[in-house]
Design a protein around this ligand. Structure first.
Ligand code: ADP
Length: 596
């Protein structure tokens, strides 16, 4: 429906209402006035008829008809009333205006019938005789007590009609005048009612367009003042809210903008909700706004897209290290946290990515450096150890020289062990990173037996017994050479840190989740809780002197950790001082992506 302005609804309504009221009141007043006049006229005619009848009683005899006629004529002329005397049978015997002989029988005239029946008869009708509307009033007349007939008085109503016609004309003229005066008045009234509303509408439109600083004028009626005040209050509140929201948004923008980490928020349809400049830089995106675009369109890294899908399906935060391919390979640490609004409803995921490329490059440099140095040291150490052995053979009788040469030999051995361990470590790291070594599904028991054999002489010298328990059928996807080395390291420690005559347990089993548990347990000195978190770091030793004395390098457990990682597994320790330690390797029986 077409909307009309309020003023165009109010103004015609007011105007029509005014005119209707005017017409209705005029019509009612005039109708009442006309009735009043008619009543007055009928009473007047009745009074005249009664007066006339009083004067007639002697003239009704037939012989006095001429006198009756003259009297009626006289009375009629003096009172400006037509007077008619009608006999019982309807014969007109005298009339003030007409010759009764020419007049027809009046027995059927309504006023005559009514007068004879009810004492008074009144009738208003058009008179053919006079050619105009008249009011007739009739009374019964008696002659010597007997009903003689009726006396009728009549008056034309044309005087009243004329008067009323002129009143009508005056009223129409007055009505037109009042309408002309009412029109601007109605316009003014309509405007007065609609103007505050129009002002309010304009103000609300300004508010809607964000122009909240210009308040609405609080004028007009109490209601419009209250409405304007309420809207102004609303505008202030809205403005405060917007300011707060803008402030918060700017803060978030500033925080996101100054982050080194790339941040990307993605919804369930994998459309970008938000990014920060670091993300745009990381993915080299320069064209247009990123918000609302599918992530696949912006980032063409298959690993990351797989990670996003995994994160969207996971209710928990997940993290991974991803390799981005391109002109330059990039190592990215990605953390995905579910994005939730108001507690439970999950909107998508928030990805926080940190570029580890530089770190990895430095690590690689360090690894290369350590590997190169270790490699370079191997030859001189071998030469020194060879020379010392020769000198020891040639100075058997010189006790003092022998003592010094044995110290050199022992330190040479330590140095050699260190270099060996460093080379092992860098080899394992390198192979784990470049996936050089292939994992094969083999029985585990021979690997454990082989590790036991390697530790045999140490067990003998420390008088430690070792019990191996592993199901012969247990198979594991592994690099047997690396795993054996890790188990040798754990066994060596268990034997070294056990009391003489102690015992060590080596066991392997499969959990329900297809993870293989390899445990090395001893009942030796154990490790205090504060050392446990750092135990697998390179060169971390609980008791340096003891480790050195036992020929330790501080790299054994670091090697174990790297072997576990190369198998996509973990290593952990559980230990109590003076009660012993349990080292547990947890390795997947089948590596992921390989269900065989
Ligand atoms: P190390 O060559 O010194 O043994 P590791 O990396 O193998 O170096 O071990 C680090 C430190 O952890 C050791 O110095 C030792 O203090 C502690 N440790 C390792 N295994 C055991 C164990 N079975 N019992 C007690 N302490 C241990």
């Amino acid at each position: 429906m077409k909307q009309r302005r309020l003023i165009w609804q109010l103004y015609p309504s007011f105007l029509i209402l005014t005119l209707l009221v005017l017409v209705a009141i005029s019509w009612l007043v005039l109708a009442e006035l006309r009735d009043f006049h008619y009543r007055q006229t009928s009473q007047d005619l009745l009074a005249r008829a009664q007066l006339a009848s009083e004067q007639l009683h002697l003239d009704l005899e037939v012989q006095h008809r001429a006198a009756l006629m003259a009297k009626i004529e006289r009375l009629g002329t003096r009172s400006s009333t037509r007077i008619t005397v009608i006999q019982n049978d309807g014969t007109v015997i005298a009339d003030s205006d007409e010759d009764p002989r020419r007049m027809d029988n009046h027995a059927r005239r309504p006023e005559v019938i009514a007068a004879l029946q009810q004492d008074t008869g009144v009738s208003t009708r058009f008179s053919n005789t006079l050619g105009e509307t008249l009011m007739y009033v009739a009374l019964p007349i008696y002659d010597n007590g007997a009903l003689f007939g009726t006396l009728r008085t009549a008056r034309p109503l044309s005087d009243i009609d004329r008067t009323f016609r002129s009143i009508y004309e005056d009223l129409i003229a007055g009505g037109v005048l009042i309408s002309l005066l009412a029109a601007p008045l109605c316009w003014w009234l309509s405007r007065r009612l609609s103007l505050p509303l129009e002002k309010m509408t304009a103000g609300a439109q300004r508010f809607a367009m964000g122009e909240l600083q210009t308040p609405l004028e609080e004028s007009g009626s109490e209601e419009s003042c209250r409405l304007a005040a309420a809207m102004n209050q609303m505008a202030i509140k809205l403005s405060q809210l917007i300011d707060r929201e803008t402030g918060q948004r700017q803060e978030i923008e500033a925080v996101l903008g100054s982050m080194i980490e790339a941040v990307v928020a993605v919804d369930h349809q994998q459309r970008v909700i938000r990014t920060n400049p670091a993300a745009a830089q990381l993915f080299g995106i320069t064209d247009g706004p990123l918000t609302g675009r599918p992530i696949q369109e912006l980032i063409r890294q298959a690993e990351l897209l797989r990670f996003v899908q995994k994160a969207l399906a996971s209710p928990e935060p997940i993290e991974d290290e991803l390799l981005f391919h391109g002109a330059q390979q990039r190592y990215i640490h990605a953390l995905a946290t579910p994005l939730s609004a108001h507690g439970d409803e999950q909107l998508g995921v928030l990805l926080v990515m940190h570029d580890l490329t530089r770190l990895r490059q430095l690590e690689s440099l360090r690894r290369d450096f350590v590997a190169n140095v270790s490699h370079e040291l191997k030859t001189p150490i071998t030469a020194i150890r060879g020379s010392v052995e020769t000198l020891l053979e040639h100075t058997e009788n010189d006790i003092a020289d022998q003592q010094f040469l044995k110290i050199i030999d022992k330190q040479g051995q330590r140095l050699n062990a260190l270099v060996e361990d460093l080379l092992d470590l860098s080899r394992i790291e390198q192979s784990a990173l470049s996936h050089q070594r292939e994992l094969h599904r083999d029985p585990l028991l021979p690997v454990l037996e082989s590790a036991r054999t390697a530790c045999e002489s140490l067990m003998l010298s420390r008088q430690v017994t070792l019990k191996v328990s592993c199901p012969g059928s247990l198979q594991l996807k592994m690099d047997s050479e690396l795993l054996e080395q890790a188990i040798i390291n754990l066994l060596t420690n268990a034997i070294k840190y056990s009391e003489r005559g102690g015992r060590v347990l080596l066991s392997a089993s499969v959990r329900d989740d297809n993870m293989v548990l390899i445990q090395v347990q001893d009942f030796g000195c154990g490790i205090a809780a504060e050392h446990l978190p750092r135990l697998f770091e390179r060169f971390y030793r609980v008791d340096r002197a003891r480790s050195r004395q036992l020929g330790g390098t501080g790299l054994g457990l670091a090697i174990v950790k790297h072997v576990a990682q190369a198998h996509q597994g973990t290593v952990s320790v559980n230990s109590q001082p003076d009660q012993g330690s349990i080292f547990t390797l947890i390795l997947p029986q089948n590596t992921p992506h390989d269900p065989s």
